[in-house]
Ligand binder design. Sequence first.
Ligand SMILES: Cc1cc2nc3c(=O)[nH]c(=O)nc-3n(C[C@H](O)[C@H](O)[C@H](O)COP(=O)(O)O)c2cc1C
Length: 344
Amino acid sequence: MHLYPLVRPLAFALDAETAHRATIAALKLLPARRAPDFPASLHSTVAGLEFPSPVGLAAGFDKDAEVPEQMLSLGFGFVEVGTVTPRPQAGNAKPRLFRLAEDKAVINRMGFNNRGQPAAYARLIECRHRHGVIGVNIGANKDSEDRIADYAAGVRAMSAVAKYLTINVSSPNTPGLRQLQDEGALRALLSAVSEVREKKGPPIFLKVAPDLGEGEPDQIVRAAIQHGVDAIIVANTTVSRPALKSRHAGESGGLSGAPLKPLALKALRDFRSALGGEIPLIGVGGISTADEAWERIRAGASLVQLYTAMVYEGPGIARRIALGLAERLKREGFANIAEAVGSG
Ligand SMILES: Cc1cc2nc3c(=O)[nH]c(=O)nc-3n(C[C@H](O)[C@H](O)[C@H](O)COP(=O)(O)O)c2cc1C
């Protein structure tokens, strides 16, 4: 059943973005299958949504919502599509995606290439009534004159087809976007979002960068609590460059995968202490094993996500990690994953 070791050399012979397109094209051909069952100990409710497994696919793999159901059927407990912007945009010049195999890492400066929210909406409406948690990550167009208005437009456009919405203010590849994390700008953004969100609409998550300064998590948390944010996703890629071996180490963009792990874990801990449990956290960045997912859950994450490890290990990684978590729960005497959150 482990096909990925056979496929990987073929995929790695292609440049990273061509391999990604080929992967999406192949996934589209997968027959519709029911998502696998997970042990009851892994089921949990977060932000009012029921998750069959806490291991999700992070944003950026399925930017245009082409294969969310296939990813659920391959063993992800939830899938976040996007980032989608109101209007389609091409993104940055190629090459813009680099595998750093020696470092088990990726650098990307894609720049929100996507076909726009109406196209994603048309695909997602097809899976709207099915089981499975499909979240939609929204952003602003690079040439937008009013970025805050773009987020409000995204909430309006995508609420009907999203189990949750993620406000992404942490991509390093749209110049100036991350300044929306500054307290004043973030408050303006979140209040614009709360004005347009409907009472019965999907929960709103906020995705933050791992490169925040002293005191910033506290400011973000205060704004998030005040404006009714339902969960915080920690973290996006980093613009910092820990020691790397690969020849692509000097490329600009966001770094993900193994070298991001210590930073993402520290950021999660900072947010947990700033929050005091008030809003659930989702841990992402450099997770590739059940032990690493477990560490994130013990550090306060109710759910985890991954992307880069799947490039190196194949999609079976989601189910392997989930079953590894179920074993750890049993071994340590927890009846359910929710009991283990923040226990470390
Ligand atoms: C090629 C690539 C594209 C990404 N695109 C997005 C994106 O559009 N929106 C977003 O919020 N995060 C994006 N991310 C960040 C991931 O969702 C995740 O936060 C980050 O990669 C850390 O997790 P990982 O180490 O498991 O990959 C992207 C990551 C990669 C590698």
